[in-house]
Design a protein around this ligand. Structure first.
Ligand code: KG4
Ligand code: ZN
Length: 340
């Protein structure tokens, strides 16, 4: 029997990346991401500017995704889009666009939860990448989220731990800002950390119950630490940048790994999948590789382009829902809060 061809056009606009992708039966044909540079000078995402930039980007980004996939609108089987969680003004741009295009083409519309999509990115058909089997633990770590989720099936997920304040990416970015590094500072901390001594300075680890995380105390202790030393030596940061970055990264990676180990112990699950921009971090990647040897874990890290915000992960989630005929009505709305 000939396999049916399902083409999904996916749209992501929950934060500061406008992205569109086309997937054929779960395989990515194109994945276009327009990252908004406008926020850099503000040291963080400005919601109003983000939604305006989405409005400018969305049409060209969708066109580019269709062109790269080499297919026409008429061949599409369905349109998947992020309905939440995220910045409401940004979500509204993708939501309105997806709704009107689906209506115009008279094809199914599929709403996607962005957090589920970060996890389901592991099911994109990709050579040389194994897929996790159920149940597994997923840790989503980015500028907007920090969660540990028990995944029993594609759409059977339970959050078993999450941050009670800042996200881990924010901890990286805010620490970098204190050190005078540009936004987003996470990749720079990672870079300098590779050339420094992770045990040069000690920062306290927060005491949070269960599997939850907290990162706001770390930011404060880094601020006090730098203020104290800079008062004695104004060149302190400059002279010790590599060691400070290595010590910050070491502390953050330990916080994440402690909770992952606890989660694995409590659930008896040793398949661990990570996602979100912070999974690019070399410290966390090395720690996971070590845990494979030490604790017999099998770890899964998707291709980098599928870990940061992107429409391909919305597309695979849309495809899995399409197979179940889990479609949305035209009355579907964008939602800033949307539980997994
Ligand atoms: O998933 P993402 O692109 O966007 C969302 O926040 O949803 O994640 C961006 C975050 C930023 O906080 C950035 O600093 C962090 O991921 N990041 C890193 C690294 N690469 C990106 N943090 C630490 N080390 C990295 N190599
Ligand atoms: Zn995200």
């Amino acid at each position: 029997m000939k396999e049916q061809k399902t083409y999904i056009l996916a749209i992501e606009s929950s934060c500061d990346d406008t992205s569109a992708a086309v997937l054929l039966n779960g395989k990515v044909l194109s994945n276009v991401v327009a990252t908004q540079k406008i926020h850099e000078e503000y040291g963080g995402v400005v919601p109003e500017l983000a939604s305006r930039a989405h409005q400018q980007n969305i049409v060209p980004v969708v066109h580019m995704a269709l062109d790269k996939a080499n297919i026409g609108k008429k061949e599409l089987s369905a349109i998947a889009f992020t309905s939440g969680p995220g910045l409401l003004g940004s979500l509204l741009v993708g939501t309105s666009f997806a709704k009107s295009l689906a209506l115009g083409l008279n094809i199914p519309l599929i709403e996607v939860n962005h957090m589920q999509a970060h996890i389901l990115a592991h099911f994109i058909e990709e050579e040389n990448f194994d897929k996790p089997t159920f149940p597994f633990l997923a840790m989503t770590i980015s500028g907007g989220h920090t969660q540990i989720i028990r995944v029993d099936n594609y759409f059977d997920m339970t959050v078993i731990g999450e941050t009670i304040d800042d996200a881990v990416g924010e901890a990286f970015d805010k620490s970098a800002k204190i050190l005078g590094l540009p936004y987003p500072g996470g990749p720079l901390i990672d870079k300098y950390a590779g050339e420094g001594d992770p045990k040069a300075f000690r920062f306290p680890k927060p005491k949070v119950d269960g599997l939850n995380f907290s990162f706001s105390g770390l930011k404060t202790s880094i601020l006090y630490f730098t203020q104290k030393h800079t008062a004695e030596n104004s060149a302190f940061i400059e002279e010790n940048l590599r060691d400070i970055c290595a010590s910050i990264q070491y502390t953050i990676v330990n916080i994440l790994m402690d909770k992952l180990k606890k989660a694995s112990k409590e659930t008896g699950i040793r398949q661990i999948a990570i996602g979100g921009g912070v999974s690019a971090n070399s410290g966390i990647r090395n720690a996971l590789k070590e845990a494979e040897k030490k604790y017999g874990w099998k770890t899964f890290i998707p291709k980098f382009e599928y870990t940061t915000d992107n429409a391909a992960m919305i597309g695979i989630t849309g495809y899995l829902k399409y197979r179940e005929k889990d479609f949305s009505e035209q009355t579907v709305t964008a939602k800033a809060r949307f539980k997994v």
